[in-house]
Design a protein around this ligand. Sequence first.
Ligand code: SF4
Length: 221
Amino acid sequence: MATVGGNLMQRTRCPYFYDTATTCNKREPGSGCSALNGFNRMHAIFGASEHCIAVNPSDMNVALVALDASVHVSGPKGDRIIQIQDFHRLPGDQPDKDTILDRSELITSVSIPASTLTHNHYLKVRDRSSYAFALVSVAAGLELDGKTIRQARLAMGGVAHKPWRLKEAEQSLQGKQVSIETFQQAAEIAMRGAKGYGDNNFKLKLGPNTIVEALKIASRI
Ligand code: SF4
Protein backbone atom coordinates (compact mmCIF):
# COMPACT_ATOMS: atom_id res chain seq x y z
CA MET A 1 0.00 0.00 0.00
CA ALA A 2 1.25 3.49 -0.80
CA THR A 3 0.04 6.96 -1.68
CA VAL A 4 0.33 8.94 -4.89
CA GLY A 5 2.22 11.69 -3.04
CA GLY A 6 4.55 9.11 -1.51
CA ASN A 7 5.24 7.62 -4.91
CA LEU A 8 6.10 11.08 -6.27
CA MET A 9 8.56 11.54 -3.40
CA GLN A 10 10.16 8.08 -3.34
CA ARG A 11 13.93 8.12 -3.30
CA THR A 12 16.50 6.33 -5.39
CA ARG A 13 17.31 2.63 -4.97
CA CYS A 14 21.05 3.25 -5.43
CA PRO A 15 22.57 0.72 -2.98
CA TYR A 16 25.21 3.17 -1.78
CA PHE A 17 22.50 5.61 -0.70
CA TYR A 18 21.40 3.01 1.87
CA ASP A 19 24.86 1.72 2.85
CA THR A 20 26.23 4.09 5.46
CA ALA A 21 29.68 2.45 5.23
CA THR A 22 30.11 4.03 1.76
CA THR A 23 30.30 7.59 0.45
CA CYS A 24 27.20 9.11 -1.15
CA ASN A 25 26.60 12.76 -2.08
CA LYS A 26 22.85 12.28 -1.92
CA ARG A 27 22.96 10.98 1.67
CA GLU A 28 25.89 13.10 2.82
CA PRO A 29 26.60 16.09 0.53
CA GLY A 30 30.27 16.49 -0.38
CA SER A 31 31.31 12.96 0.64
CA GLY A 32 31.66 11.59 -2.90
CA CYS A 33 29.77 9.20 -5.17
CA SER A 34 30.58 5.51 -4.74
CA ALA A 35 28.53 4.51 -7.79
CA LEU A 36 30.60 6.46 -10.32
CA ASN A 37 33.35 3.84 -10.24
CA GLY A 38 31.38 1.20 -8.40
CA PHE A 39 28.46 -1.13 -9.15
CA ASN A 40 26.27 1.02 -11.40
CA ARG A 41 24.11 -1.44 -13.31
CA MET A 42 20.84 0.33 -12.32
CA HIS A 43 22.14 3.86 -12.85
CA ALA A 44 21.49 6.82 -15.16
CA ILE A 45 22.36 7.24 -18.83
CA PHE A 46 20.78 10.71 -19.14
CA GLY A 47 21.19 13.94 -17.17
CA ALA A 48 23.68 12.61 -14.60
CA SER A 49 26.43 14.73 -13.04
CA GLU A 50 29.86 14.01 -11.60
CA HIS A 51 28.16 14.24 -8.19
CA CYS A 52 25.40 11.65 -8.70
CA ILE A 53 24.30 9.14 -11.35
CA ALA A 54 21.26 7.78 -9.49
CA VAL A 55 17.84 7.25 -11.08
CA ASN A 56 14.30 7.94 -9.92
CA PRO A 57 12.82 4.47 -9.28
CA SER A 58 9.13 5.23 -9.79
CA ASP A 59 6.92 3.79 -12.54
CA MET A 60 3.97 6.04 -11.77
CA ASN A 61 6.05 9.19 -12.22
CA VAL A 62 6.98 8.14 -15.75
CA ALA A 63 3.35 7.64 -16.73
CA LEU A 64 2.35 10.94 -15.11
CA VAL A 65 5.02 12.77 -17.13
CA ALA A 66 3.71 11.25 -20.36
CA LEU A 67 0.19 12.35 -19.34
CA ASP A 68 1.26 15.96 -18.59
CA ALA A 69 0.04 15.78 -14.99
CA SER A 70 0.21 18.68 -12.52
CA VAL A 71 1.17 18.50 -8.85
CA HIS A 72 -0.85 20.74 -6.53
CA VAL A 73 0.99 21.82 -3.40
CA SER A 74 0.24 23.95 -0.40
CA GLY A 75 2.60 25.77 1.96
CA PRO A 76 3.02 28.83 4.23
CA LYS A 77 3.41 31.07 1.16
CA GLY A 78 0.19 29.74 -0.40
CA ASP A 79 -0.82 27.19 -2.99
CA ARG A 80 0.95 26.51 -6.26
CA ILE A 81 0.70 24.12 -9.19
CA ILE A 82 3.88 22.47 -10.49
CA GLN A 83 4.02 20.77 -13.88
CA ILE A 84 5.14 17.19 -13.25
CA GLN A 85 7.97 17.66 -15.74
CA ASP A 86 9.43 20.35 -13.45
CA PHE A 87 8.72 18.58 -10.16
CA HIS A 88 11.77 16.28 -10.07
CA ARG A 89 15.32 17.64 -10.40
CA LEU A 90 18.48 16.55 -12.14
CA PRO A 91 21.31 16.02 -9.64
CA GLY A 92 23.69 18.82 -10.72
CA ASP A 93 25.84 19.77 -7.74
CA GLN A 94 22.99 19.27 -5.27
CA PRO A 95 21.97 15.59 -5.56
CA ASP A 96 20.52 15.54 -2.04
CA LYS A 97 17.49 17.43 -3.43
CA ASP A 98 15.22 15.15 -5.49
CA THR A 99 12.39 17.61 -6.17
CA ILE A 100 11.68 21.34 -6.17
CA LEU A 101 9.16 20.89 -3.33
CA ASP A 102 10.03 23.16 -0.42
CA ARG A 103 10.47 21.48 2.98
CA SER A 104 7.44 23.38 4.30
CA GLU A 105 5.16 22.41 1.39
CA LEU A 106 2.68 19.53 1.20
CA ILE A 107 1.34 17.74 -1.88
CA THR A 108 -2.46 18.05 -1.81
CA SER A 109 -3.44 16.48 -5.15
CA VAL A 110 -2.34 15.47 -8.62
CA SER A 111 -4.41 16.32 -11.68
CA ILE A 112 -4.27 14.77 -15.13
CA PRO A 113 -5.74 16.67 -18.09
CA ALA A 114 -8.26 14.99 -20.39
CA SER A 115 -6.39 12.99 -22.99
CA THR A 116 -6.97 12.44 -26.69
CA LEU A 117 -4.47 9.59 -26.77
CA THR A 118 -6.09 6.51 -28.31
CA HIS A 119 -3.30 3.93 -27.94
CA ASN A 120 -1.24 3.60 -24.75
CA HIS A 121 1.20 1.20 -23.18
CA TYR A 122 3.63 1.14 -20.26
CA LEU A 123 6.49 -1.31 -20.75
CA LYS A 124 8.79 -2.12 -17.84
CA VAL A 125 11.97 -4.17 -18.28
CA ARG A 126 13.38 -5.55 -15.04
CA ASP A 127 15.64 -8.28 -13.72
CA ARG A 128 12.81 -10.41 -12.33
CA SER A 129 9.08 -10.50 -12.95
CA SER A 130 7.88 -9.02 -9.67
CA TYR A 131 9.10 -6.77 -6.85
CA ALA A 132 11.84 -5.29 -9.02
CA PHE A 133 12.52 -1.73 -10.09
CA ALA A 134 12.83 -0.88 -13.78
CA LEU A 135 16.12 -1.24 -15.58
CA VAL A 136 14.39 0.70 -18.33
CA SER A 137 10.71 1.55 -18.71
CA VAL A 138 8.79 3.43 -21.38
CA ALA A 139 5.39 5.11 -21.23
CA ALA A 140 4.10 5.44 -24.79
CA GLY A 141 0.90 7.21 -25.82
CA LEU A 142 -0.34 7.75 -29.38
CA GLU A 143 -3.29 9.53 -30.89
CA LEU A 144 -3.90 7.61 -34.09
CA ASP A 145 -6.09 8.49 -37.04
CA GLY A 146 -6.05 5.23 -38.94
CA LYS A 147 -2.31 4.59 -39.32
CA THR A 148 -1.37 8.28 -39.04
CA ILE A 149 0.16 9.51 -35.79
CA ARG A 150 -1.60 12.76 -34.83
CA GLN A 151 0.19 13.05 -31.51
CA ALA A 152 2.79 11.07 -29.54
CA ARG A 153 3.89 11.07 -25.92
CA LEU A 154 6.98 9.25 -24.70
CA ALA A 155 8.72 9.12 -21.34
CA MET A 156 11.38 6.80 -19.94
CA GLY A 157 12.06 5.51 -16.47
CA GLY A 158 15.18 3.93 -14.96
CA VAL A 159 17.42 6.16 -17.02
CA ALA A 160 17.70 9.51 -15.18
CA HIS A 161 17.40 11.30 -11.84
CA LYS A 162 13.90 12.32 -12.99
CA PRO A 163 11.30 10.79 -15.32
CA TRP A 164 12.79 11.43 -18.75
CA ARG A 165 10.45 12.98 -21.32
CA LEU A 166 11.40 12.36 -24.96
CA LYS A 167 10.07 15.53 -26.62
CA GLU A 168 12.20 15.42 -29.77
CA ALA A 169 11.33 11.78 -30.39
CA GLU A 170 7.64 12.66 -29.90
CA GLN A 171 7.89 15.43 -32.50
CA SER A 172 9.60 13.09 -34.94
CA LEU A 173 6.58 10.77 -34.80
CA GLN A 174 3.97 13.46 -35.43
CA GLY A 175 2.30 13.15 -38.84
CA LYS A 176 4.11 9.91 -39.70
CA GLN A 177 2.59 6.55 -40.54
CA VAL A 178 2.81 3.81 -37.93
CA SER A 179 5.72 1.51 -38.79
CA ILE A 180 8.70 -0.20 -37.18
CA GLU A 181 11.06 2.05 -39.16
CA THR A 182 9.33 5.19 -37.85
CA PHE A 183 9.58 3.87 -34.29
CA GLN A 184 13.26 3.00 -34.75
CA GLN A 185 14.00 6.52 -35.99
CA ALA A 186 12.23 7.99 -32.96
CA ALA A 187 14.21 5.70 -30.65
CA GLU A 188 17.46 6.78 -32.26
CA ILE A 189 16.56 10.44 -31.68
CA ALA A 190 15.53 9.65 -28.09
CA MET A 191 18.92 8.14 -27.29
CA ARG A 192 21.00 11.12 -28.41
CA GLY A 193 23.28 12.22 -25.60
CA ALA A 194 22.96 8.96 -23.64
CA LYS A 195 26.09 7.92 -21.73
CA GLY A 196 26.91 4.68 -19.92
CA TYR A 197 29.09 4.33 -16.83
CA GLY A 198 30.31 0.75 -17.27
CA ASP A 199 27.93 -1.77 -15.72
CA ASN A 200 24.93 0.07 -17.18
CA ASN A 201 26.23 0.31 -20.77
CA PHE A 202 23.65 -2.32 -21.76
CA LYS A 203 20.97 0.36 -21.27
CA LEU A 204 22.27 2.13 -24.40
CA LYS A 205 20.85 -0.81 -26.38
CA LEU A 206 18.00 -1.78 -24.06
CA GLY A 207 16.71 1.82 -24.11
CA PRO A 208 15.93 2.11 -27.83
CA ASN A 209 14.70 -1.50 -27.98
CA THR A 210 12.22 -0.77 -25.19
CA ILE A 211 11.00 2.42 -26.90
CA VAL A 212 10.34 0.53 -30.15
CA GLU A 213 8.63 -2.34 -28.33
CA ALA A 214 6.41 -0.02 -26.27
CA LEU A 215 5.33 1.85 -29.42
CA LYS A 216 4.71 -1.45 -31.22
CA ILE A 217 2.49 -2.75 -28.42
CA ALA A 218 0.69 0.60 -28.03
CA SER A 219 -0.08 0.86 -31.77
CA ARG A 220 -0.87 -2.86 -32.05
CA ILE A 221 1.09 -3.38 -35.25
S1 SF4 B 1 24.73 7.71 -7.54
FE1 SF4 B 1 23.88 9.29 -6.17
S2 SF4 B 1 22.80 8.09 -4.64
FE2 SF4 B 1 24.26 6.69 -5.63
S3 SF4 B 1 26.21 6.81 -4.47
FE3 SF4 B 1 26.33 8.33 -6.07
S4 SF4 B 1 25.59 10.19 -5.03
FE4 SF4 B 1 24.85 8.48 -3.82
